[in-house]
Design a binder for this molecule. Structure first.
Ligand code: F2R
Ligand code: MG
Ligand code: MG
Length: 314
């Protein structure tokens, strides 16, 4: 792939995720949301403020750049240093970060929460886009890195699986030529046949195919795929919204928000997929201009890309 196209995809993936989070964050926890209300509300905001999804995505990118790979011990340290309670973190993630900050090992804490089951929240999937970007050309290392990036806070197999599925989907979006139609069927085949491990995810990914084919209503999509903070109730939903709106970043984000529920996280995962496929130029300029720390995130995405390119040419 030409160097400049890859750079645009790294920028699109990271900025897309942040914009989806910031736009969706205006509506998190709401249910029926009309399209006109979303557009009006976005216009009224002087700045699009991001939430925990982006705060943690920034941490993943910073840590990969520093180590030139995914190092879980450095990653959890970075999450702790970057922690800002006002971003609205999930309960399980707050517990892990607090206990590790006090000196406990993440390997124990991440296993112990939720009655010893670990978290299957979407917190690992929502922040995984830098892993999908950085390892886009190496599926084996991508899966290993996505698992490790999850395990520091989300050790339940379904939480880990959500992160692996989202990272793999981002890597496929990076590799796909935006001048050609996106091969959604191939992505779904890969996910169902090779990447997803459990019936929970496999059956929802099969349902994505069926819902797209029949042009399902928003109500049916939420009923079948979910719109909640659990990985299995949001990762397949994000893939569905992306595949329904592959040609238009703005439409994809607005469509995610209309589904209600965990809007910041679903829109963030959709933004990562859409931006990684279409590239930075597909992101509305006026949304980027008002994104909190937009220039910092753009610089970070560019450094992630430079780091990747320098390693590829070693
Ligand atoms: N936390 C929020 N939003 C609410 C507060 C926002 C408000 N604006 C504010 O400022 O206060 N959003 C963020 O949390 C989600 C990601 O959560 P994460 O990091 O996965 O956390 P957690 O707690 O581990 O999991 C989320 C929920 O999933 C359920 N769950 C997970 N594992 C479970 C298990 N083993 N058994 C049963 N339930 C389990 C729980 O309900 C968890 O609370 C994103 O939406 C992000 O935006
Ligand atoms: Mg959030
Ligand atoms: Mg959320």
């Amino acid at each position: 792939m030409p160097k400049e196209n890859l750079k645009s995809k790294f920028l699109g993936g990271m900025i897309g995720a942040a914009i989806g989070d910031a736009v969706g964050g205006l509506f998190e926890g709401r249910w029926k949301i009309a399209l006109e209300e979303i557009s009006t509300r976005i216009q009224e905001e002087p700045m699009l403020r991001y939430t925990d999804d982006t705060q943690m995505t920034i941490g993943v990118a910073e840590s990969i750049i520093r180590n030139k790979r995914l190092d879980p011990d450095d990653l959890i340290k970075t999450f702790i240093e970057n922690f800002e309670a006002s971003r609205g973190y999930g309960w399980g993630t707050i517990r892990v970060l607090r206990r590790v900050k006090r000196g406990e090992n993440w390997r124990d804490v991440s296993r112990e929460i939720f009655g010893g089951k670990g978290s299957f929240g979407n917190g690992a999937a929502m922040r995984v886009s830098p892993v999908g970007l950085f390892y886009y050309d190496d599926p084996e290392r991508l899966v290993t890195a996505a698992k490790l990036s999850s395990l520091v806070t989300h050790s339940h197999p379904l939480g880990v699986e959500g992160a692996v599925i989202q990272a793999y989907s981002v890597s496929t979006a990076v590799k796909s030529d935006p001048r050609e139609d996106f091969r959604g069927e191939t992505l779904l085949d890969d996910l169902v046949d090779r990447i997803a491990k459990t019936e929970v995810f496999k059956s929802k990914l099969q349902a994505v195919r069926e819902l797209l084919a029949k042009g399902a209503s928003r109500g049916e999509v939420v009923k079948r795929l979910g719109n909640g903070a659990e990985a299995f109730n949001s990762v397949p939903t994000a893939i569905y919204v992306f595949l329904k709106n592959t040609r238009n970043f703005r439409a994809a984000i607005l469509d995610s928000v209309c589904l209600g529920g965990d809007t910041d996280t679903i829109a963030s995962m959709v933004g990562a997929l859409s931006g990684s496929y279409l590239g930075f130029q597909a992101i509305p300029e006026e949304w980027f201009r008002r994104l909190e720390d937009g220039e910092y995130i753009r610089g970070l995405a560019e450094t992630l890309w430079r780091t990747k390119v320098s390693l590829t040419h070693c």
